[in-house]
Design a protein around this ligand. Structure first.
Ligand SMILES: NC(=O)c1ccc[n+]([C@@H]2O[C@H](COP(=O)([O-])OP(=O)(O)OC[C@H]3O[C@@H](n4cnc5c(N)ncnc54)[C@H](OP(=O)(O)O)[C@@H]3O)[C@@H](O)[C@H]2O)c1
Length: 292
């Protein structure tokens, strides 16, 4: 049955006690979302490939976490299906979080190449990181939620009919990372944005299709930030903050993004407040899309 929120107004944004999986959780956006979730009382597990970066992020997240919150990590390459299965199995085990209510896919990679110089190996790496790895995470965590976050009687997945949708209707929240580049190309050519923009357009549609596929109690939405000086953008943007903000001087917000700008949307999309919001994108973009 589709669920409807019947709780108190003051609890509608409450995520305390939830279990959140954050892929790319040692990156710019992933880590700040993990910090915000842990500070609001959710257990979190972060994942990416470099274990040293995960350990460092784990300590920072734990320092900001509410009392009693678990902060775990698991090193894995999300472009590899077998790695994602191992990660899912660990995350939902008693050694991990013991379940999963929220999945955030904040992994990503960008290498600028003009269309006339696209290197096939790099193109495939961008597609695998920005599209295929998101599909694997949604496949394994999304369907785990559908089969396990069930209120009342649960159907044994082993009894499913091939080709038929899951009989279970477990709940959950999935947040993907699109971009303003999911829907708007760069006006002046973009200095080699074709591969990255292609992947972000795919995330916009993957999010809509997953929202329909995982219905009715798993909401799948995307966050589409504007250009933000995260580790991904070091070397691609000027090092000086005022110069960077100058890039966006004509936009309504008159600045580029900060990592904190994704936290409000990430809390909303993880909480019951967004239970009727699915298959859409929130753009913390300072008005780039509406004026672009
Ligand atoms: N920064 C911006 O201007 C901007 C704007 C719009 C949208 N976005 C999107 O926001 C998301 C987060 O980006 P960010 O700016 O926070 O970048 P970031 O700081 O570089 O973080 C990206 C994270 O993804 C992880 N990652 C990369 N490849 C992976 C793989 N194969 N398996 C698992 N983890 C992997 C990285 O860790 P490892 O390298 O250790 O694996 C890192 O933790 C991305 O989807 C990006 O496209 C960014």
């Amino acid at each position: 049955m589709p669920k409807v929120y019947t709780g108190e107004y003051t609890k509608i944004f409450d995520i305390s006690g939830k279990k959140a999986v954050i892929v790319g959780g040692a990156g710019g956006f992933g880590e700040i979302i993990a910090e915000a979730y842990a500070a609001n009382g959710a257990d979190v597990i972060i994942s990416s490939r470099r274990e040293d970066a995960l350990k460092e992020a784990q300590a920072k997240i734990q320092a900001k976490a509410a009392a009693g919150v678990k902060v775990k990590y698991f090193a894995c390459d999300a472009t590899k299906e077998e790695d994602v299965i191992k990660f899912r199995d660990y995350a939902v085990s008693a050694d991990g979080l013991g379940g999963c209510d929220i999945l955030v896919c904040a992994q990503g990679y960008n290498k600028k190449m003009y269309s006339w110089e696209i290197d096939s190996a790099v193109w495939n790496q961008i597609l695998n990181t920005n599209i295929t790895s998101v599909m694997y995470c949604c496949k394994y965590f999304g369907n785990w939620m559908k089969d396990n976050n069930v209120e009342g009687e649960k159907v044994d997945p082993a009894t499913y009919q091939p080709g038929q949708p899951s009989a279970n209707q477990g709940y959950g929240k999935i947040i993907t990372f699109g971009s303003v580049r999911s829907v708007v190309a760069v006006r002046n050519g973009g200095m080699g944005n074709v591969p990255y923009n292609t992947t972000k357009g795919a995330i916009e549609m993957m999010t809509k299709a997953l929202a329909s596929d995982l219905r009715p109690n798993i909401q799948v939405n995307s966050i589409g930030p504007t250009i933000t000086y995260t580790p991904m953008m070091v070397g691609l943007l000027p090092p000086d903050e005022a110069t960077r903000d100058g890039i966006a001087k004509d936009l309504p917000a008159m600045r580029i993004g900060r990592e904190i700008d994704v936290v409000g949307p990430a809390l909303f999309l993880a909480s019951a407040a967004s239970d009727m919001v699915t298959g859409t994108t929130i753009f913390p973009d300072g008005g780039l899309v509406c004026t672009g």
